[in-house]
Design a protein around this ligand. Structure first.
Ligand code: G1P
Ligand code: ZN
Length: 542
């Protein structure tokens, strides 16, 4: 066995963000860049020798090359066994499920999620721990610290492994198993949802359309919706492509335009859904109807006992801070706890492990449960289908009925992408400086109830995360939240989250942007967004 020790010098920018290390492909292609980060992961893991690691990615450009490098480095670092997805493919939720099912030590997921791919696009590397969840900050900080003083890495000199055949081979002392990345995941789904009922629904002329956006869920969606549930031809853009067909694999009303066109047409199907690059995000649509992710979480929570996997009720729910408070109202009624965490799925891990929460969600098209430790796009789609199959009502009717019971939280996020980083930081600093004397202040009809920079103390391990976004809450239940993205790779992205609460059912049919207009203007006035970003309009509105 020929292990090479290669000398290297540190890169200063290998700090993992909201979800792993994300950089442009060209950055990852710099000599030693990928290797330094992967060695920093192995160096930060305790007692990983002889252990099993799961490996796979969303199939984006550079996926296959990176997998070969990581396998050879794993072998050189004494890893005992690698479980790698066929073709190098594994959706993020499937990786989480496989880590748990095989009781692996951890996993390395190659993805930049919803960021565009291709030679000019983005790439990413993320480490997940034994629970199947993203590494907590303690671990990512150790990896970052190591990356700053790394001086060599280890790699096995060997031929590439054939990733396209389900086989068991060896790389040096390490066993390499190329596994089916779909089957274990699909089986898990069958334990949670009533596939018979959904099959029945499909037989009764229920039409659905699932947009995989040429990303990782293609093979998963074909297996589950077409093969197992009998919805032939339900999947569009099902072939995973290294550049996602030139698209932006983010399931929202702007980027999932193929699906949106179909679902907002005259003969629209009953149900539509899309998922992102690595399969953890989802968008839910009805016939000419959009379900906001925040409402989706609230509806799933309210109807969870209709679904076999959750028939005994939920221990609690959790949402990220900027996510609307719609689910809080459901939790209140059910008498269960609702946790408010910082942005990013990693903050849900402890709550799920400790069984304080069963369902979790983020406004950014992320929903999931304790079945894995990642958000899970197709799981959310199946959850909705199961509810639809039981209730026999349309998506729109279910959501409107929900609003009637709980009131409607009008909600929107405005993103200002690729703005000047320094100016965006100044905008945030200026807001921080204003928080102290904001409470009680009046802006037109709005009176500030509280204003703070969100800080979270994890109720399980007591760890504290500060500076997680600026919240301005008003006495009528409205909120404006400002934060800078932790996943962008160019300049800065300012996110502005706007929410208002309307209990009166006769006012539930307004256009969201119109309903929120006074608050949108107020956000502009308070934060002087135009002045700092030099933009008249947000880049993306969701
Ligand atoms: C974004 C979303 C966040 C999500 C993350 C990973 O992070 O806002 O909710 O967990 O992507 O999918 P951000 O760019 O805002 O830091
Ligand atoms: Zn994703």
């Amino acid at each position: 066995m020929n292990i090479r020790t290669v000398s290297t010098t540190p890169f200063s920018d290998q700090k993992p963000g909201t979800s792993g290390l994300r950089k442009s492909v060209t950055t990852f292609q710099k000599p030693h860049y990928l290797e330094n980060f992967v060695q920093s992961i192995f160096d930060s893991l305790e007692d990983c020798e002889g252990q099993t690691i799961v490996l796979g990615g969303d199939g984006r450009y550079y996926n296959r090359e990176a997998i070969q490098v990581i396998m050879k480095m794993a072998a050189a670092n004494g890893i005992g066994r690698i479980l790698v997805g066929k073709g190098g493919i594994m959706s993020t939720p499937a990786a989480s499920a496989i880590i748990r099912q095989y009781k692996a030590y951890g996993g390395i997921i190659l993805s930049a999620s919803h960021n565009p791919g291709g030679p000019e696009g983005d790439f990413g590397v993320k480490y997940n721990i034994t629970s199947g969840g993203p590494a907590p900050e303690k671990v990512t900080e150790a990896i970052f610290a190591r990356s700053k003083d790394i001086d060599s890495y280890k790699i096995l000199e060997a031929d590439d492994i054939n990733l396209d055949k389900l086989t068991v081979t060896r790389l040096g002392e390490m066993s390499v198993e190329v596994i089916d990345p779909v089957e274990p995941y699909a089986r898990l789904m069958e334990t949670l949802f009533d596939f018979d009922k959904i099959r029945q629904l499909v037989k009764n002329d229920f039409k659905m359309c699932i947009d995989s956006m040429h990303a990782v869920t293609g093979p998963y969606a074909q297996d589950i919706f077409e093969k197992r549930l009998g919805a032939s031809d339900a999947v569009m853009n099902g072939e995973p492509l290294p550049d996602f067909g030139g698209g932006h694999p983010d399931p929202n009303l702007v980027y999932a335009h193929d699906l949106v066109e179909i679902m907002f047409s005259q003969d629209a199907p009953d149900f539509g859904a899309a998922s992102d690059g690595d399969g953890d995000r989802n968008m839910i649509l009805g016939n000419n109807f959009f379900v906001t992710p925040s409402d989706s979480l609230a509806v799933l929570t309210a109807n969870a006992t209709l679904v076999p996997g959750y028939k005994d009720g939920l221990s609690g729910v959790a949402r990220s801070m900027p996510t609307s408070e719609a689910v809080d109202r459901v939790a209140d009624k059910l008498g269960i706890s609702c946790y408010e965490t910082p942005t990013g799925w990693k903050f849900f891990g402890n709550l799920l492990d400790a069984d304080k929460a069963t369902l979790c969600g983020e406004e950014s098209f992320g929903t999931g449960s304790n079945h894995v430790r990642e958000k899970d796009g197709l799981w959310a789609v199946l959850f909705w289908l199961n509810i639809l199959a039981v209730k026999g009502e349309s998506v729109e009717a279910i959501v409107k009925d929900h609003w009637k019971t709980y009131g409607r939280n009008y909600y929107s996020r405005h993103d200002y992408e690729e703005v000047d980083k320094e100016r965006a930081t100044e905008l945030m600093e200026r807001l921080r400086g204003m928080l102290g004397d904001m409470a009680g202040k009046k802006y037109g009809n709005y009176e500030v109830k509280y204003a703070d920079d969100f800080s979270y103390e994890d109720p399980v391990d007591g760890s504290v995360s500060n500076k997680q976004g600026i919240r301005i809450g008003f006495t009528d239940g409205s909120r404006i939240v400002f934060r800078l993205s932790g996943t962008g790779t160019k300049g800065a992205t300012l996110r502005v989250y706007i929410e208002s609460y309307e209990p009166d059912a006769s006012k539930h049919n307004q256009d969201t942007q119109e309903a929120l207009k006074p608050l949108i203007d107020l956000a502009q006035e308070i934060a002087q967004i135009k002045e700092y970003t030099q933009r008249d309009e947000p880049t993306v509105i969701t």
